[in-house]
Design a protein around this ligand. Structure first.
Ligand SMILES: Cc1ncc(COP(=O)(O)O)c(C=O)c1O
Length: 395
């Protein structure tokens, strides 16, 4: 990565810890933070005196997010995080008892819980396909479940939060279409680290966030709804801003209001423009580094780490090596230590920030644009020390 030292110098957290957990939360570069804080100051100093000006600046975020994921402006709603978007789609579809939903066996509670809620409330059943070690096997599992279940909706992650596997969405969506299923894609772990083109992929609904791989403000997320499907969704909540504007507050209006025709039907009430100004700055910042450069860097790091740790006794690699089926996120395990313990020891003894994974039992390592070989060497050498200890304890 060009200018890696300079990029790292703008991330103060790296002075204290080895940060390998962008998959849970990105850290904001100082130049982005400055623009975000400045926006926040202006909001609080000027209140409504500069409100329109602030919102015109914030509106750029909708354009930037839409461009980033290959969507139209009217197809993007701002949300507070990724879960909001997933939950909104699931709560807005009109379900019938007996409808079936197909998801994967590696989903985050952010999807599993809203799925469980529709199942409880509407008698919908939720089923899983298996994410396997090769794309062909995953596609076969998906095909088998589709044929058997004929689901109304398929909902899964673009990149798995458990193993970093990147699903072959371009192959899965046309298959779902053949069976007439709608497709909801969770972009939490892909937007900002992999190219996302929702139009090309043919996805119906998608949710993403700004706080992980986009390294933007916490409290930013978005929902994509394909333009021609907007009316299929009946938002569960309504408030001022979500409906077609009217200047007379008459009884007829109160009885006859209609949702806005665009995805902003999911937004209402007073909202803070500052995080969106911050998100625009975050996207600009990464774009200046270059999306291809970021992806190349991540691939190089993952390859390097795999080679470096493959000789360490007892260390297991649970992620894809084929870069087209993988991402900058990988999961490692160590025999004799479960993920929970490994996660704790790596943090307490080595100040390495990563995330534990329960199935497969291990820890997840995120390689981001700022990750260096030295960071990964610290991880590898920590694993080596632990491997010696484990062998000693057992021997
Ligand atoms: C695949 C996946 N979906 C959803 C989420 C939840 O994202 P948020 O915290 O932005 O709602 C996460 C967070 O880790 C995730 O990994």
């Amino acid at each position: 990565m060009k200018d890696l030292e300079q990029l790292r110098a703008r991330l103060p957290v790296l002075r204290d810890v080895t940060y390998l957990n962008t998959g849970t939360m990105g850290v904001m570069a100082e130049p982005v933070l400055e623009q975000y804080v400045e926006a926040l100051q202006r909001v609080e100093q000027f209140g409504h005196a500069r409100w329109d000006e602030m919102w015109s600046a914030a509106a750029a975020a909708r354009q930037r997010v839409a461009e980033l994921v290959g969507a139209g402006l009217e197809e993007i709603a701002f949300t507070g995080n990724n879960t909001d978007g997933l939950a909104l789609v699931l709560a807005s579809l009109r379900w019938s008892a007996g409808d079936r939903i197909l998801t994967s066996d590696q989903e985050h509670p952010a999807l599993l819980l809203p799925l469980s809620a529709v199942s409880r409330r509407h008698g919908v059943t939720v089923h899983q396909f298996t994410i396997c070690s090769t794309p062909e096997e995953t596609i076969a599992s998906f095909a088998e479940r589709l044929e058997e279940l004929r689901p109304r909706l398929v909902a899964f992650s673009h990149v798995s939060c458990e193993t970093g596997v990147r699903l072959p969405v371009e192959r899965l969506v046309p298959m779902a279409r053949e069976y007439g299923a709608l497709v909801l894609l969770d972009l939490a772990q892909s937007v900002g680290q992999c190219r996302v083109d929702l139009r090309l992929l043919g996805v119906d609904f998608a949710a993403g966030n700004g706080h992980k791989w986009l390294h933007g403000p916490k409290g930013t997320g978005f929902l994509f709804v394909r333009r021609d499907l907007l009316d299929l969704l009946e938002p569960p909540l309504v408030g001022d801003g979500a409906v077609e504007p009217a200047f007379e507050r008459t009884t007829a209006w109160l009885e006859g209001w209609r949702f806005r025709s665009d995805a902003r039907r999911f937004e209402f009430g007073t909202r803070n423009p500052a995080p969106w100004i911050g998100l625009t700055a975050a996207i600009d910042y990464l774009e200046a580094i270059g999306w291809d450069a970021i992806e190349r860097h991540q691939r190089m790091l993952v390859r390097w780490l795999h080679e470096r740790i493959s000789a360490i006794p007892g260390v297991r690699w649970y992620s894809a090596l084929d870069p087209a089926y993988g991402s900058g996120m990988v999961t490692l395990g160590m025999s004799g230590r479960d993920g929970e313990t490994l996660n704790r020891v790596l943090w307490e003894r080595f100040q390495i920030v990563q995330r534990r994974v329960m199935v497969p039992s291990g820890v997840r390592v995120s390689c981001a644009y700022f990750t260096s070989f030295e960071d990964l060497e610290k991880l590898a050498s920590a694993l080596e020390q632990l491997a010696v200890r484990t062998a000693g304890v057992r021997g």
